[in-house]
Design a protein around this ligand. Structure first.
Ligand code: FES
Length: 173
């Protein structure tokens, strides 16, 4: 005699309960992943290294007189990890009689003091230990060990753009 299986309403309960648990666990796993993945990316991906804008616009050259340096100020963006900030920079900009443009970093190459243009002497003078630099950045006197550091420069529509700084004495473009 064949046994006939009988199902009762109670037999369906374990599978319904299992489905409910699966849905709850699945949602829990999704929420956990949604929280954990960004946190893991933040913690384990290396932050962007410190970078700065490679070229920055420094100003208008149309009023710059040949042989009379002008101090120009500009702002450069830096990325430090996840933070981006802007930093003020300056350059002493010189136009030669031939129309060549040079831009010098503002720190003396001896110990980093800010130098200035002395119109009477017609050279750059550092007040700290009396180094003097010519219009082309070469050392005229004093303890400065090398010429003034120079920015790479390019001119577009009479606007000066400054690139990376090179140590005085290196070749720049
Ligand atoms: S820092 Fe300029 S001469 Fe010493």
């Amino acid at each position: 005699m064949e046994k006939i299986s009988e199902s009762t309403p109670g037999d369906q309960m374990p599978s319904r309960r299992g489905f409910g648990y699966a849905v709850i666990y699945g949602l829990g796993a999704l929420i956990g992943a949604a929280l954990a993945i960004p946190a893991a990316l933040y913690l384990f991906l290396p932050p962007k290294s410190r970078k700065q804008q490679s070229w920055v616009e420094a100003g208008d050259l149309s009023q710059l007189q040949p042989g009379t340096p002008q101090e120009m100020t500009f702002r450069r963006l830096h990325a430090d990890g996840w933070k981006i900030y802007s930093e003020k920079g300056t350059a002493w900009v010189v136009k030669t009689a031939e129309g060549k443009v040079m831009a010098f970093a503002p720190a003396c190459t001896h110990l980093g003091c800010a130098y200035h243009w002395d119109a009477n002497k017609a050279d750059f003078v550092c007040p700290c230990h009396a180094s003097e630099f010519a219009l082309d950045g070469t050392v005229l006197s004093g303890p400065a060990p090398r010429p003034l550091d120079r920015y790479e420069t390019k001119v577009e529509n009479a606007r000066l753009w400054l690139g990376p700084v090179h140590q005085g004495g290196e070749t720049t473009s």
